[in-house]
Every structure is written in structure tokens, then in C-alpha cells.
Ligand binder design. Sequence first.
Ligand code: ADP
Ligand code: CP
Length: 313
Amino acid sequence: MTKRIVVALGGNAILTDDPSARGQQEALRQTAKHLIDLIKQGHQLIISHGNGPQVGNLLLQQIAADSEKNPAMPLDTCVAMTQGSIGYWLQQEMQRVIREADIDKSVVSLVTQVLVDAQDPAFENLTKPVGPFLSAEEAKVASAETGDTYVEDAGRGYRKVVASPKPVDIVEANAIKTLVDQDVITISAGGGGVPVISTDNGYEGVEAVIDKDFASAKLAELVGADYLLILTGVDNVYVNFNQPNQEKLEDVTVEQMKAWIAENQFAPGSMLPKVEAAIEFVENTPDAQAVITSLENVEAYFNGGSATVIRNV
Ligand SMILES: Nc1ncnc2c1ncn2[C@@H]1O[C@H](COP(=O)(O)OP(=O)(O)O)[C@@H](O)[C@H]1O
Ligand SMILES: NC(=O)OP(=O)(O)O
């Protein structure tokens, strides 16, 4: 039976070891190959993706700008630029695998605005890591030079952090839903969506990067998805992760997940937002499921395999 699946692509689906345009498109070629099975099975895909490394790199490229003839672009515009570049690569690679599979389906990527609350306390408390990983010393130098805040990111090094307000609504949700109803594969809410606030004069961009897992949960709710499929670097979520007594989670309820969150089982900035986004989606969409697994495990999961699946009961 056809299912409506929001697929949220994590960092390793886009950026492996080569950050060039060619390298990222090659990574997305492999990603597209992992998704074709779902399309062959007749499911509707609504794809979203991260942009943390890419938008941070783009901000660094703005340093080369001058003030008048080639001005630096603000963060909301940089988010839109990464939606454009990643959407372009992915759209081309999805079209390639669809053509190779001899399937007649259109793919389109949409510049997507996500409404946030101008009063969100996240604007005062910067939490979203973007760009490259630095050593403690490099981060100290960069922070002294730019005034930017750097924090340690889940044991992987230091990264610049920016504001990350929660998504309230997706401006283009009806347009996306119309396309999905017409069986078009959409790539939307990339990089969490371009953060905008509502003013008397319409929408206005704000300097922030929305977490793509929360934006994907909102997207899944608004398009009436059956599944929110969060794809990341691990086949399953674990409790006591990376410890001798680590335990793989398979079928779990929202209630169990909340208890483990209270025990600080999931790392902020990496697994925690995924688990919270999964809970938010299933709480707002009672018969739906959220699945957290790796790209490599997707085909196996949808053919009867195992992953971390979060349901209401
Ligand atoms: N409790 C946990 N269970 C499984 N993985 C965890 C856990 N805590 C942290 N992680 C790590 O978090 C990573 C996912 O976060 P991250 O790489 O930031 O996401 P993304 O794939 O969206 O870029 C996993 O690949 C894993 O290494
Ligand atoms: N916007 C966002 O959450 O990107 P990452 O998943 O790449 O951090």
C-alpha cells in the first residue's frame, strides 16, 4: 500500500570526505540509489535535508566579500542558497535513478520558508552548530577575530553556533501538499527552511538556522505523512550509547523515549533533536510512526527489517 514518507537526510547523506560540489553530488548519487527502492514500492517521498556544514562554509566564504560591490549575504539568504545548491544536486540525482529505473515521476526542489516566533528565546541562546569542526585553539582564535560563539559539538570538535528557533509553520506547506497529491517527489524545507517572521509587510528573513529534524517533523505533520524517516549515521538509537552496556532501541513508545530523555540518554545537538522531533510528529499524528535509522538500512527496514521505530502505543 502506498505510504506518504517524509525522508529527512542527515549530514552523511550529503557530505562525506569531499566538500567540493562534485564530492557532495557524488554523495547524493549514493543517497538517491538508497531511496529508489521506496519509489519502486509506490511510496510518495517528501524529501528534506540538513545544511549545517554547507551553510557554515558559505558564511566563511562571505568573509571574502567587500562592503559595496560584492556585499556579504545575511544568514537567511545563505540558508536559501544552500537549499538551492543541495536541492539542485539531489534533484538531478533523483531524476537519474528514476530514469534508470524506468519510472515516470517528476522531482522538484522548492525554496521553502519556515515561520518562526520573533520572541523565541533561541535568538538569545545560540545552540545550532554550523560549518567546519575546529580544534579548541582554532576556535579560540576564530572567536577572538569575529566575535562569533564556538562550542564543543558532541565530542567531534568545536563549531560556530547560531540561533535555532523552533519551526511554527511552513509557508509553502499547501503548495508542497498539492505537489505530493499529484505524485511529484518534492525536496523542501532544506536546511530546516529559511527562517522568516510574519510582519505587517509580509514575511521577513531572520538570521538563524532551524534544525532540519524539527522542520521535517512539522512538514510531516502538515502533509499528513504516514512516516517520518530520519536518516543518520547509525542503524538504531541506543541507550548508554558507546558504553559497554549500550542497548539498541527497536520498537519504542513515546512514553519510553520521554523517560530516556529525562535520563539524558541522547546527546544534545546530535541524537536528542531527532528523538524530540520524532516524538513531536507522532504525538501530533496519532496513527503515524517515526523511524530513526541509517540510509544503508532503509531498504532492509521497509522489507521487514529492524530500525528504531517510535509510536504512540
Ligand atoms: N544515543 C545515541 N544513539 C545513537 N547515536 C547517537 C546517540 N547519541 C549520539 N549519537 C550520534 O549522533 C549521530 C547523529 O547526529 P548527527 O551526526 O549530528 O546528525 P545528522 O545525521 O543529522 O547530521 C549518530 O550518527 C551517532 O554517532
Ligand atoms: N539545518 C540543519 O539542521 O542542518 P544539519 O542537520 O546539517 O545540522
